[in-house]
Design a protein. Structure first.
Lengths: 355, 377
């Protein structure tokens, strides 16, 4: 990827309005000023700079990293836009980077489309754009292209962000959710449920105050280190919506195996456990934005765990369960008390129990 | 987590189960057939499944999951009334989370919300009252549901609304009372329960005295039990101890929370605000005399049923449902004709599939440890 900055064809526009209006989506000067001032200024990179209708990526530059392209897309609609530990922009970059990385891809380029509701303060948009830019830069990915739409009040909730990502998978690497085998170990890279609890608390309708912050983070470096240490890793999944319980069910079903996890080994903060106790939620179903489930063969388990723990985002990594010969597609939990129960897919949304 | 993990300790659980085995070995009855113990409270049911307690117990003990899930036993007609109130344009309808999924004859509150009704989840009736203060131009209705556990908080909220003169707040009252229901279960001819685990949080309000009839009249031991796993195991051990010693009493395992006489202040508020209904309809159990309460005449202005015309139609339970038999311990959830086929947590037909505290949903979700594959139809 060339780092040389080509000369800009034109001067960047400036926006003076305090709030976004439909005029900013109209395709004229107002829109150009908004895009220039808010996005182009923040993203500032040579791939984006020509501002063509598409970004052009050299095949040779991609081929350095491997022999297959990975492509992913994800829409972000989180409410509130800003929450302890992150914001919608950080989420949009980390989420897409992680979706690439769990396939073994080196994440390289992102696109970024935003849909804003009229009336949104420009300052909010600016803050989100800056966050996207900062997190992308830190993660070493380039925002190569983008789009901005403004919709009438009520047509969306404040701000939606969609990012797509391109990465490259190196030769010979083949991670797959169908590849888990009896005897394999199940690992996670740290505290579970932080994001889900932080978002629920930040929404404020439960009037609960917690010190919990989202775990939102880009995990591609941790994953690269893990794959280096445990090259026979069977599969990786980020435990986002639906939490670890959902991901484990997907692995058990796709691989046709049983999985047994141990409640006592689940890394879970007391604050998150307490939050779930009060609301009657099961923390295994809380979403994460910086946690992966890794299934690795038994002989590489120690190496994988050590590699994860060397990374700041994996300091609290743990082996939480094993793939077994149990009933196909079933996830079983050994409870702290010593009993066993089935951990099924979630039906609908998790709603607090009343008593 | 302090004050929680202590009640989930593995080594203490193992020791208690050892004691339970020891008492069972001396029981003549247990040699003839499994002992049936009903846990009355949905919270017990939830703990039993969440911690896998059933699978840890010896086979001679059969837990029967009782009627104590207020969400589960709400009949479809009442949910239809709820939806009708919620769909009025002036209404903000407030509810506890898991009541949103209870099916009505046409839709539930989640669907009504998706179609545009202003339905909001609250954590306490006081949150609903706060909304009424904030939106004087709207009618805020609180979906009051639950046993004696939640009855006082609704009552105190009504009293607060009266003091503050808030007129745009009302309560759709579906509070029910546990004692007539335990009695209905005991009176049913196909019942062969041996003992009860009494509800912990209901007892915190009403005390131990209302349950005495179970021991004195029906000769069944009843242990008021806490909701943590060790509470439940200790209560089962206390049941066996009574059976072993030939005693039959109401005992309080949950003394750290339940005062013998209950909570006098809460009971005063309850008596002030509510009166018994002649009868109340329960899903799966039918109509039970004096099992529900409504607001007294003095608080009619806060009664959503009187404020808004509701359809008030009685909708019969689907014929294929065997919730009643499951509730009484006559059959196990998976022996029901529609379990897992026509009746699932996504599309619950019967009461017990509705909330995670319902026996059928718990079996479906967590899997009964003793659910043998050949027993599934």
């Amino acid at each position: 990827v060339s780092t040389e900055m080509p000369r800009r064809a034109r001067a960047l526009g400036r926006i003076v309005a305090q709030t976004v209006t439909l005029a900013h989506g109209g395709g004229g000067k107002a829109m150009k000023d908004l895009i220039d001032d808010v996005f182009v200024r923040a993203f500032d990179n040579p791939t984006l700079a020509p501002l063509e209708d598409q970004a052009r990526l050299t095949l040779a530059g991609l081929a350095e990293y491997g022999d297959r392209l990975a492509l992913t897309t994800d829409a972000y609609v989180v409410d509130p836009l800003f929450f302890p530990g992150g914001d919608i922009g950080k989420l949009a970059v980390c989420g897409t980077v992680n979706d690439l990385a769990v396939g073994g891809a080196v994440p390289l380029y992102l696109s970024c489309a935003v849909i804003a509701e009229e009336g949104l303060p420009v300052a909010v948009l600016r803050r989100v754009a800056q966050s996207i830019a900062d997190v992308a830069r830190e993660a070493g990915v380039v925002i190569a292209t983008g789009d901005t739409k403004i919709v009438p009040k009520g047509a969306c909730d404040k701000l939606f962000v969609t990012t797509s990502g391109i990465g490259v998978v190196r030769q010979g690497l083949d991670l797959g959710v169908h590849r888990a085998q009896p005897g394999d170990a199940v690992l996670v890279n740290g505290w579970l449920g932080d994001h889900g609890a932080a978002i629920l608390a930040a929404r404020g309708d439960l009037s609960l105050e917690t010190p919990i912050a989202s775990d939102c983070a880009a995990l591609h470096r941790l994953i690269a280190a893990l794959l280096e240490a445990a090259p026979q890793t069977r599969c990786l999944r980020d435990a986002t919506r639906g939490g670890v319980a959902t991901v484990l069910n997907e692995i058990a079903q796709a691989s046709g195996v049983g999985i047994e996890i141990d409640d006592a080994r689940m890394p879970m903060r007391d604050a998150v456990r307490g939050f779930c106790e009060i609301l009657g939620l099961d923390p295994l179903y809380l979403g994460n934005e910086g946690k992966i489930i890794a299934v690795v063969p038994p002989d590489q388990c120690d190496a994988a765990l050590a590699a994860m723990r060397r990374d700041p985002l994996g300091r609290d990594a743990a082996v939480v369960g094993r793939i077994d010969h149990g009933e196909t597609g079933r996830v079983t939990l050994r409870t702290a008390l010593g009993g066993r129960r089935i951990v099924d897919m979630l039906v609908g949304e998790q709603l607090p129990r009343i008593c | 987590m302090k004050y929680v993990d202590e009640f989930r300790d593995r080594s203490k659980a193992v020791a208690l189960i050892g004691e339970i085995r020891r008492l069972l070995a001396r029981s003549k009855l247990a040699r003839q057939r499994p002992l049936q113990i009903m846990e009355v409270c949905g919270g017990h049911t939830h703990s039993i499944f969440r911690y896998g307690i059933e699978g840890m117990l010896p086979e001679e003990i059969e837990l029967v999951h009782g009627p104590g899930c207020p969400v589960c036993v709400l009949p479809m007609g009442r949910v239809d009334d709820c939806v009708a109130v919620a769909e009025r344009p002036e209404v903000i309808f407030t509810t506890f989370g898991d009541a949103m999924r209870v099916p009505g004859s046409k839709k539930n509150l989640l669907q009504a919300k998706a179609e545009g009704a202003d339905v909001r989840m609250v954590y306490s009736p006081l949150d609903a009252l706060a909304l009424a203060r904030k939106h004087p131009e709207r009618e805020v209705v609180f979906f009051a549901i639950g046993f004696e556990t939640t009855m006082p908080s609704t009552a105190l909220t009504v009293l607060r609304a009266e003091v503050e003169g808030i007129r745009n707040f009302s309560v759709f009252c579906n509070h029910i009372t546990i004692v007539p229901t335990i009695k209905a279960v005991l009176d049913s001819p196909d019942m062969h329960l041996d003992a009860f685990l009494g509800p912990g949080h209901v007892s915190m309000v009403v005390g131990a005295a209302p349950f005495r009839f179970v021991a004195e009249y029906y000769n069944k031991p009843l242990i008021i039990s806490g909701l943590e796993p060790l509470d439940i195991l200790q209560s089962i051990w206390m049941v066996l101890k009574q059976l072993d010693q030939g005693r039959c009493e109401v005992e309080n395992q949950y003394a750290r929370i339940v005062p013998p006489a209950g909570n006098a202040e809460a009971l005063r508020a309850v008596a002030r605000v509510y009166e018994l209904r002649e009868f109340f309809e329960w899903r799966g159990l039918g109509s039970i005399d004096h099992s529900g309460v409504r607001l007294r005449e003095r608080y009619a202005g806060f009664d959503a049923e009187r404020k808004f015309a509701v359809p008030n139609a009685r909708i019969a339970d689907p014929k294929s449902c065997q919730c009643g038999e499951v509730l009484k311990g006559v059959i196990k959830p998976w022996q029901c004709k529609v379990f897992g086929s026509a009746c699932t947590p996504e599309r619950p037909l019967g009461a017990l599939m509705v909330s995670s505290e319902g026996a059928c949903a718990a079996y479906y979700q967590y899997g009964g440890a003793r659910r043998k594959p050949e027993a599934v139809p």
